[in-house]
Each structure stands twice: as structure tokens, then as C-alpha cells.
Design a protein around this ligand. Sequence first.
Ligand SMILES: [Fe+2]
Ligand SMILES: [Fe+2]
Length: 372
Amino acid sequence: MTEVGIFAVEDTSAQVCWRRLRPGSTISLGDASVEVQDHRPGAASLDGLPPSTRLRLYVRPPGGGAARRVGAVQTLAPPPGELLCRFATVNDIHLGERRFGVLRRIRDEPGSPLEPYPLRCARAALSEAVAWGAEAIMAKGDLTYHGRPQQWTELGRLFAGVGVPISAVLGNHDVGRRAVDGRPELASSGISMPHDAFSVDLPGLRVVLAHTAIAHRHHGAVLGRQRDQIAELVGAAPGPAFLGMHHYVQRFRTPMAYPPGVPGDQSRALLDAVIAANPATFVSAGHTHRNRRRRYGPLVLTEIGATMHYPGTWAGYAVHEGGIRQVVRRVAAPDAIEWTEGTRRALCGLWGLIAPGLRSHRCFSHTWPARS
Ligand SMILES: [Fe+2]
Ligand SMILES: [Fe+2]
């Protein structure tokens, strides 16, 4: 995104985000528009758009000057069949983190009256996902920064107030050297997190969640027994499945980018087992804090960015009879997006270029392959 741009697109809506516009400016896309209220970075959902239609984005200055064309987007075609349910995922919440960047200089203003940035971004992400229509939330690891008791307590309180069922798995930050087991604390807030892979059945989709984190290690693993459990769970689904994990599946044994995920040999064994069990499976991870998509045979594999580092995201899934639609939206609450905009300067600005990924990797419809 430069000054203003379309971050997310769906079949009938789009999310526009802006870094800095004059208050009173109007952003319009098709027949939908929003007026900018202040000088802060912002985001808005423009709804009621026609599906599968090319639309132009305009910005009109305050006072009614000539509108300037600043972009265009094609709204998505919905997947085939009726909409059956919506759910959302969050990952890399990092409750307890206090600084970001290689030199760790990006942090909340000392004495800020706001909640710490991981908490306010996560709270906003969850609330915006529910407002979008998510009937359940899947939290894909790195829920805390160090897995300390206070961080689990804070997470339990946060999740307890969301209002829809939440299921969670662990990330490497949750099982670091100073971490304690957060399961009892989460259980007291009504969040169960079994040790083994487990499933949650939603209308039209079985969600399978699997722990990939190894105590005190940065990379992940999916070995024999767990791989068999995952394959069994996706294979026993009455229809399509969604596999959520913290670590992404590497292409090769050695990671080609930081941070390391699940080594390539383990990844291929897992994905081949999933294809054999249920080729109508969507696989999604976190951990990299970036947004990416690739294919592995009939499977779609995605990585979703963190809630609290630029661009600051959560993912929504619309489950249809014949397919699934993913949308990645930026956390839009003003105090959250103002923070995440500030983190784009990490890595000398490189972070702002690599973290968002392509819009077509974030937002797309996928038709399920036939299941023999
Ligand atoms: Fe993380
Ligand atoms: Fe991680």
C-alpha cells in the first residue's frame, strides 16, 4: 500500500487502508464509499459490491474537488454452492511482547494509556473477525511471547470475552525456555487445547488443529504418530477439511527463509498422507508473520501474518458447498492500525515490503477437488 490501497477483496466487499489522508477525503469503490475522519492511518470495509466485477478506487479531496483514481480491483467470484458457515483464524498474537524490530526499538510510547500493543491488536482482531461473521475462531500458535503464567492468564481473559468458540494450538514462543504449560489456565477460561491433533466440525468443513511446536526449539516437527493422527482426522471428515498448524511446511529440508518451519522431508510425508486421506483439504499456518500461498498437488497451503506486526492481520474463511474463500484483513481499529503501520519500518523498511505478500495470495476462492 502506498498512500491508500485495497488490502483485501471478497465477493461483495473490499477493505481499503490508508496511511495518511486529509480528513474529509472520500474514498470510493463502485457505489460504496467512506469518509476519512482524521490524520491517522485507517481502514474501512466497503460492502455491497457486485461479485466478479472490475472496480476502480477513487479518492476525492475534502470540499468536493476532482476525484483521483488510485487503484482498481476485481471482486472475487464466490466458491460454488451455498454459504454454509464462516470462521476465522488468528496467529502470532505474542501476548507479553514489548518491542519489535532487529534492534527492538519499535515499542509503545512509555506511559501510554493504551493496552500493550499485542493485547490491543489481538482484541481488535478477534472482535473484527466476529463482526465479519466468524462463528468460531482457530488460534494457530505463538499466542504468548514467553508462555509465562501472567501471559496465559491474560490470554484466557481475552479469549473468554470473545463470544464465539475458540480452539487453539501452540507455537514455538509458547513452549520456550521460560514457558509453563498454559493448558490449565486456558481450560479455566473454557478453552481446551488437547495434547494431540484434534478436530472441530463446522457446517460443511472439518477443522483439524495440530501442534507442531517442539519445546525450546524454533522450528517445528510433524513426525510419525502425529502425521498418522492428522491423516486419520482429515480422512474421517464427512467432507472437506482445513488443517491449521503454527509452523509452515518447508519445501526443502533446509529452510530457504527465516524462520524455519517443518523440515521438507517431514512436510512432504505429511502432505502426501493428507492427500491420500482427503485431497479436499486446505492447509494454513502462521509463524512467518508473512502472507503467502502455494499449491501442493490438490492442496492449497497458506501462511497468515501476525495480528500485531505490519500489516497486522487475521484471516476469514467462508465455507461454501463446493469450495472455500480466504480473506486476510488488516486489524482496523485505529489504535491497532496506527501501531502496525509504525512497524513497517522494521528491517530498514524491508519488513513493509515483504510481510504483506500478494493480495491474490491473501484473498481467493478455492474450489474443492473431487474426493474419490
Ligand atoms: Fe510468531
Ligand atoms: Fe512462531
